[in-house]
Design a protein. Structure first.
Length: 316
């Protein structure tokens, strides 16, 4: 279904008093909640960027739930275009063509779902969950896509694992909410700040929350549940930011009060996540590092990509 006029108009990244304000997602339908989008194997397709932490959430969830044979994937080039859009480039290692619609850019996908998208100047973001039956976008909000993937488990697909068991759902949502503004979006608010005050505020809140999480993970393996905890969506949503932290955010976004490797419990958490079956294969370190330093010319004018950190210095 197409976005509302209000949603369609809310596409730009805005700055309020020098503070970075993330735009809203436009497509917010849900698989399994009505007859329009039913749970079916092979029907849905995921468009992602390996560089993007939000898209990375959906890739990891697909892997952890064993849904590779049920939900297909295409990957855009790590180079973001000057207007913030993404392109398909099968010549680039780790990237693919658009195997479903044959488009050359993500804007083509959005235009298929919302006629006039290309002419409006709106920018298509990743991830995108595409429905082959109705030839439209179901959803482009990572958190909602991750939650929808659990419904495939409920329908008997995948490996039977749930990352959001009903009895933990409120706790999971509270943890994700607590980490979103300060950590997941906090690195961007720090990096894209346009005033010293906005930067100071964002980076202080970011490290205050990291300090809290370091304490929270003492004697635990996962964020949610009793004892050592239970692997859930909350871990996935935190991991994709922490995995990029020492590699990119410390330098590029000036998040340099400390590194994740300086937090023993957070670093151990990152390594546990990477050691889960299939997760390391979703971590394309070249796409991640090259994307940020090459694409954000307003921060890195000459697109110089640092040589370091050396392999293994930020994560195993």
């Amino acid at each position: 279904m197409k976005p509302t006029d209000e949603q369609a108009g809310a596409w730009t990244e805005a700055f309020d008093s020098g503070k970075f304000v993330r735009k809203s997602s436009e497509f917010r339908d849900h698989i399994g909640k009505n007859e329009l989008f039913t749970i079916e194997s092979g029907r849905y397709h995921l468009y992602v960027s390996d560089a993007c932490p939000w898209a990375h959430r959906t890739l990891i969830t697909r892997t952890l739930l064993g849904l590779e044979d049920h939900i297909t994937v295409d990957t855009v080039d790590w180079r973001m275009n000057t207007n913030g859009s993404w392109s398909f480039n099968p010549e680039e290692e780790g990237a693919t063509a658009d195997t479903v619609n044959g488009e050359t850019s993500l804007e083509g996908i959005y235009n298929r779902a919302f006629t006039g998208w290309n002419e409006s100047g709106r920018i298509g973001t990743v991830p995108v969950l595409w429905d082959r039956n109705h030839n439209t976008i179901v959803n482009n909000e990572s958190r909602e896509i991750v939650r929808m993937f659990d419904s495939f488990t409920d329908a008997g697909m995948g490996n039977g694992i749930s990352l959001c068991p009903p009895e933990l759902r409120d706790e999971i949502d509270a943890m994700i909410d607590s980490n979103y503004e300060s950590v997941n979006n906090g690195v961007y608010k720090s990096g894209f700040a346009r005033t010293q005050v906005a930067y100071d505020e964002a980076v202080t809140a970011l490290f205050a929350r990291l300090d809290e999480l370091e304490v929270h993970l003492k004697g635990r393996e996962w964020l949610i549940g009793g004892g050592l905890g239970q692997l859930t969506e909350a871990d996935v949503c935190l991991f994709t930011t922490l995995a990029r932290f020492d590699l990119v955010y410390v330098v590029h976004f000036k998040c340099n009060l400390r590194r994740i490797i300086d937090y023993p419990n957070l670093q151990a958490f990152v390594e546990r996540m990477i050691d889960l079956p299939g997760v390391k294969d979703t971590c394309n370190w070249h796409h991640i590092k090259a994307h940020y330093f090459w694409s954000h010319q307003n921060i890195n004018t000459f697109r110089i990509i640092p040589l370091g950190p050396l392999e293994g210095a930020h994560t195993r």
